[in-house]
Design a protein around this ligand. Structure first.
Ligand SMILES: [Zn+2]
Length: 233
C-alpha cells in the first residue's frame, strides 16, 4: 500500500515534469534562427531541429558565403542581399529555392552529409530569378547544375560529378545531363553561352533561335555534334 502511493506520487511528479518539458521553449520548439551578415550579404539560417549537427550547419553557411557573392557578381548583380536557409525536418525532397528562401531536407543532409553543394545549386536559383515562362525548365536546372559543377567546393567528396553521356540521354533530361552539354558548348563551341542564356531568361528575351545566334548552330544540331564528339572520344 505504502509502495503503491509512493509510486503514484512519483508518477504524478513525472507527468508534471513531462508537461513542463512540453511547454518549455528548450524542448519541443524550434531552434532560434541565426542571422549572419558578411560583406553586405545576410543569411538567416534556421535548423528546425535543435539537435541538427552544428558543424554541418557551419559548413552549409560557409558554402553560402563562399559561393553566393561570387555568383551574384558573375551572373546577376541585382540579386537579393538577404537569403534564408531552412533545414526542414519534414520536407521529403532534397532542396528547393523560392523567393530568397532555400529549404533543405534534414533527412537528406544526414544521409548525404558531404552533399553541401546543394547550397551552390540552390543559391544559383536565387541568382537566376527568372520570371515565369522565361525559358525551358530543363535549362533552368541545367544552368544551376553547371554552376554547381564549376563553383562547387565539395563535389568530389560529395561524389557528385557530371555523368558520362549515354545513348538514352537528351538535353531535355535536365540537371547534370544538361549541365554536361552546356559545359561542352562552353569548351568547344562558344565560351560565355551560359551567361548569355542566363541573361536572356532573366530578361525574357530567350527564344529557341538564341542558340543559333550565340553558337552558329541550333539546339538539336549542337546536341548531335555533342553526341558525335562523345562517340569519337
Ligand atoms: Zn534546381
Amino acid at each position: 500500500m505504502l509502495n503503491f502511493s509512493i509510486l503514484k506520487a512519483a508518477f504524478k511528479a513525472f507527468a508534471v515534469a513531462l508537461l513542463l518539458a512540453a511547454s518549455s521553449p528548450f524542448s519541443a520548439s524550434a531552434q532560434e534562427p541565426q542571422t549572419i551578415t558578411k560583406k553586405g550579404y545576410t543569411l538567416h539560417f534556421h535548423a528546425q531541429n535543435p539537435t541538427f549537427d552544428a558543424k554541418q550547419q557551419q559548413r552549409l553557411q560557409d558554402v553560402f558565403f563562399t559561393n553566393y557573392p561570387k555568383l551574384v557578381k558573375d551572373f546577376n548583380k541585382e540579386s537579393l542581399k538577404e537569403v534564408t536557409i531552412t533545414i526542414d525536418t519534414a520536407y521529403d525532397g532534397v532542396a528547393y529555392a523560392h523567393n530568397g528562401q532555400i529549404v533543405i531536407s534534414q533527412a537528406w543532409m544526414e544521409k548525404m552529409p558531404e552533399d553541401i553543394d546543394v547550397v551552390t545549386h540552390e543559391v544559383m536559383h536565387i541568382v537566376q530569378a527568372y520570371p515565369s515562362n522565361s525559358g525551358p525548365g530543363w535549362l533552368v536546372e541545367g544552368i544551376a547544375d553547371y554552376v554547381r559543377y564549376k563553383y562547387g567546393v565539395n563535389n568530389k567528396a560529395g561524389n557528385w560529378n557530371l555523368p558520362e553521356l549515354k545513348p538514352d540521354h537528351h538535353y531535355k533530361n535536365s540537371y547534370r545531363i544538361s549541365a554536361r552539354f552546356l559545359d561542352w558548348i562552353e569548351t568547344n563551341k562558344k565560351k560565355g553561352t551560359v551567361k548569355a542564356l542566363d541573361v536572356a531568361m532573366r530578361n525574357k528575351t530567350y527564344t529557341p533561335e538564341i542558340w543559333t545566334s550565340l553558337t552558329g548552330s541550333d539546339l538539336d544540331t549542337l546536341w548531335a555534334a555533342y553526341v558525335a564528339a562523345n562517340n569519337k572520344a
